[in-house]
Design a protein around this ligand. Structure first.
Ligand code: EPZ
Length: 429
């Protein structure tokens, strides 16, 4: 199994290109199932999760063509996928394909909306909590689907098609909103989603669906209205930049010190995180090419932060912020409100010497002046990258084991960081 070796202590200086957002690319690829025409997606990141959705779509009989590079194209521009769901040959998504990634469960919505039936294995994904799908099922039932759970599979049927409805989510859910949105595009009549997730990835998917002929208004607010249409058609759409990758590198620079341009990043996608970084002592300068992050001289200031749905501080940056606060001058408090078990990085950060005390949902971090490199291992994607950030700032060598989680969500991580002066390499085998 591959590992990443880091020798910490170097400041980061240079430019890091920001890739397309994983959490938009996955539902956008899944939305291709809604039409028999071709959906072209630009700026799709080259990630293990993207390859996994390609396999899942392939199992339904979908053709995917990845356009080759043209002269002048750069690797970091992301790939262009031509996805054609002209013939769906199978409406079952089996356990072997769905169990490794939670987002793959979302195929249930377009399969049901277009084909009137779907049989999808209950999902797996990062070990960050129980992560049920009750709200996704509730949304599909509101739209008129009949649902049974049998043998680990969710079996959904709507032989006469879905019917527009009012869907009021008792808690904000990104997955529930994606599923309701996709399913409602082909339902008869009007659907109103209230307490909808406002995440930028929801807006990106809604924009793409509208290009495909859907009638969606209000995406990006907590009330989304969808007028169902009989058919969707092909379209071309560019995946928005990854706000979590942006925030992760911004935190890495805040931690090591230095001066890095995050090329292609959009500040409005992560304003709450940028505000926290400013509070912590980094200088954040939005410009025409993206966001410049610098930290010189002064130490890291402690912060008190709670994760929250967008536009609040994202849970997907909680682990990275904790790594940063491990070296703050004083005590920080970080409360996780989205997932009940997203603290697996705490014991691994302790291997660097970090002093973190957990009390329920809140971690108190007593900053120390220097972390020391260590062998570490993480059990989920964002936790893994928090260990990389800690390793970049720590004295001596860090070996991050079990890095397949990193490959799920960070494109060319070692290359991007080493181009900015980090000593980081992948060791194969
Ligand atoms: C999405 O997960 C992201 N995944 C996650 O990113 C992200 O952490 C999360 O949203 C929150 O922003 C993708 O977009 C692929 P939710 P999702 O439905 O949709 C509970 C990463 O590292 N809930 O908003 O699964 C749930 O347990 C990943 O890239 C129910 O109770 O999150 C959680 O407590 C990790 N019942 C809360 O809602 C349900 O039916 C929010 O979950 C559904 C969710």
């Amino acid at each position: 199994m591959d590992r990443i070796r880091i020798v910490g202590g170097n400041k980061l200086n240079g430019t890091i290109p920001i890739s397309g957002a994983k959490n938009a690319a996955l539902p956008l690829m899944i939305a291709s199932l809604l039409t028999e025409e071709t959906l072209i997606l630009d700026n799709v990141p080259r990630l293990a999760d993207v390859a996994q959705v390609q396999r899942i779509l392939g199992n339904h009989g979908i053709d995917i063509m990845s356009a080759g590079k043209r002269p002048g194209d750069h690797e970091y521009q992301g790939q262009t996928l031509h996805i054609s769901a002209a013939n769906i040959i199978d409406t079952t998504a089996p356990y072997e394909l769905v169990s490794t990634m939670r987002a793959s469960f979302w195929v249930i919505a377009p399969l049901l909306a277009r084909m009137g039936e779907a049989k999808v294995s209950l999902p797996g994904g990062c070990a960050i909590g129980t992560r049920p799908v009750d709200l996704l099922i509730m949304a599909l039932e509101k739209l008129g689907a009949e649902i049974q759970i049998d043998g680990g599979y969710v079996i959904a049927k709507a032989p006469k098609g879905l019917i527009g409805a009012e869907i009021d989510f008792p808690k904000v859910t990104v997955s529930g909103t994606h599923v309701a949105l996709m399913a409602a595009t082909l339902a008869k009549g009007t659907t109103v989603i209230t307490n909808a997730a406002c995440e930028p990835e929801i807006v990106d998917v809604a924009d793409c669906l509208n290009k495909m002929g859907a009638k969606i208004t209000g995406a990006g607010t907590s009330r989304i209205v969808i007028e169902g249409v009989a058919k969707l058609h092909g379209a071309r759409h560019t995946v928005l930049p990854d706000r979590i990758e942006t925030g992760t590198y911004a935190m890495a620079v805040a931690m090591t010190g230095g001066d890095v341009q995050l090329a292609g990043a959009r500040p409005e996608l992560l304003q709450s995180a940028l505000d926290v970084l400013t509070q912590a002592g980094a200088t954040i300068t939005p410009n025409n090419e993206g966001i410049r992050v610098t930290r010189n001289g002064a130490g890291i200031r402690p912060v008190t932060v709670s994760t929250a749905p967008f536009p609040g501080f994202p849970t997907d940056l909680q682990a990275q912020l904790m790594a940063l606060m491990a070296c703050a001058k004083g005590s920080s408090h970080i409360t996780e409100t989205i997932f009940e078990n997203r603290f697996m990085h705490v014991q691994e950060l302790a291997r660097f010497g970090a002093r973190i005390h957990l009390d329920g949902e809140t971690a108190t971090i007593e900053g120390i002046s220097k972390l020391r490199g260590a062998p570490v291992m993480a059990t989920d994607l964002r936790a893994s990258v928090s260990l990389v950030i800690a390793g970049l700032a720590a004295e001596g060598e860090t070996m991050v084991n079990r890095i397949y989680h990193l490959d799920r969500g960070f494109e060319r991580l070692e290359e991007k960081l080493s181009a900015c002066g980090a000593t980081i390499e992948r060791i194969s085998g």
